[in-house]
Write a protein that binds this ligand. Structure first.
Ligand code: NIG
Ligand code: FE
Length: 407
């Protein structure tokens, strides 16, 4: 896999130590620290970064001596956001589709075809520049770990190059050849599944970590989704599923049965779906940007949390159903409309995203984790929902390096 310039695992800037002091409220997501809540909040805190890692967290009064000191000036600090679901390898624009939807036209999976045509026509350079642009946008809003997918190519060549482009920007790359049936196979959906599970998978598996399928009416049914996920798994890819976004269906339970890392969307759930998510280790990833941009009913995070499911919050950034790269925006929606507390939403956007990517090294701030840190121009993380739409991100460190500084 190509190492990332911006979102990969590499990096680290030597061995000098830097203390960040003057943190009014530090969310660690380590219940062993601070107030003992799931967020492990330390008041009047400090932390120490060495190379690309956190080496110390605690009360500011006890911070050890370091080579450098940065004063957070009484701001809040949270782990970098982990956006575990996006579709950034695309070209073209669907402004008109959005505008038509806002005047009453319903959203359907068919809009994806518009982006497929534009993506096929684009050069590798144009696709890569687009990914870089949205990753930079996300980084400015505090996202330090980013998953992204293919799914707008739908030929062997276009899917494989989409994944190569993605892999140049992040280690979390997902093969979504089964986004919709390619237009050339409109009369032969079974033939398309054979392609996706055969020669297309051969070309794509070396470039990806995950395999995904849009299991939905109008895209792939339960049998086709099972075939795609099990074929991917046999090639070493780990399943994740677009499940139950537009209506009820088999996606969520299939995801749990196959021990997928994540069932994404989870908008239309039966009690059996909720029970399945609560009993397995598949994370329920909620993507409220999609409901916002398609005027769909909100996913019920409260129901999932009360049942004991693990919930992640992500953007689903894509040109059709959710053209936002802003995790803070999704946090605000989740708190306002999906029954999450500010603490639960922050956890879901950090540790929850890490769980959906089966990562232990991100989404938390404790000795040994990657030094991915966001400073907020606010006394606590609650302001992410309390002050919706306000650019609160005042500083971002990724793998120990400060990559965003407030003007
Ligand atoms: O996650 N649901 C399938 N895929 C995207 C939408 C893609 C599009 O409309 O271009 C989603 O919402
Ligand atoms: Fe999606």
């Amino acid at each position: 896999m190509v190492q990332s310039s911006a979102y990969g695992n590499g990096g680290g800037g030597g061995h000098a130590s830097t203390a960040v002091v003057g943190i009014a409220s530090l969310v660690t997501n380590d219940p062993a620290q601070g107030d003992g809540s799931p967020l492990g909040v330390i008041r009047d805190a400090a932390l120490v970064i060495e190379g690309d890692r956190i080496v110390w967290t605690g009360e500011g009064a006890r911070v050890p001596a370091t080579d450098h000191v940065v004063d957070a000036g009484g701001r809040a600090a949270v782990p970098g956001f982990v956006d575990s679901h996006s579709h950034l390898v695309f070209a073209g624009d669907r402004t008109e589709e959005f505008a038509a939807r806002m005047s009453g036209r319903p959203y359907s999976a068919g809009g994806i075809r518009t982006t497929v045509a534009a993506t096929r026509a684009a050069s590798d350079e144009a696709l890569s520049a687009n990914v870089a642009r949205y990753l930079a946008e996300a980084l400015r809003q505090g996202t330090t770990t980013f998953e992204t997918k293919s799914g707008y190519g739908l030929t062997i060549e276009d899917e494989a190059r989409s994944l190569r482009v993605a892999a140049a920007h992040t280690d979390e790359v997902t093969y979504l050849g089964a986004h919709i049936v390619a237009p050339e196979y409109a009369g032969d959906p079974a033939g398309y599944v054979d392609l996706v599970t055969g020669p297309m998978l051969d070309a794509c598996a070396p470039h990806a970590r995950w395999v995904d399928v849009f299991c939905e009416r109008g895209a792939f049914d339960g049998d086709a989704a099972r075939a795609v996920l099990t074929a991917g798994r046999a090639r070493g890819l780990v399943p994740r599923v677009h499940a139950n976004q537009l209506g009820h269906g088999p996606g969520v339970q299939l995801a749990v049965e196959l021990d997928a890392a994540s069932a994404d969307h989870c908008t239309h759930l039966t009690d059996a779906d909720v029970d399945a998510l609560a009993s397995g280790r598949t994370v329920a990833t909620l993507l409220p940007g999609a409901e916002f941009s398609t005027r769909a009913p909100w996913p019920d995070a409260r129901r999932l949390l009360d049942a004991g499911a693990t919930v992640a919050l992500s953007t689903d950034c894509n040109p059709g159903s959710s053209f936002t790269s802003s995790v803070p925006f999704c946090v605000a929606l989740a708190v306002r409309d999906m029954g999450m507390t500010p603490d639960e939403a922050l956890w879901a956007a950090t540790a929850g995203g890490a769980a959906a990517l089966r990562r232990e090294d991100v989404g938390r701030l404790a000795p040994g984790t990657r030094a991915d840190l966001v400073l907020l121009d606010a006394p606590s993380h609650v302001h992410l929902a309390y002050r919706p739409g306000v650019p609160l991100v005042a500083g971002v460190w990724r793998a120990g390096e400060q990559v965003v500084r407030a003007a």
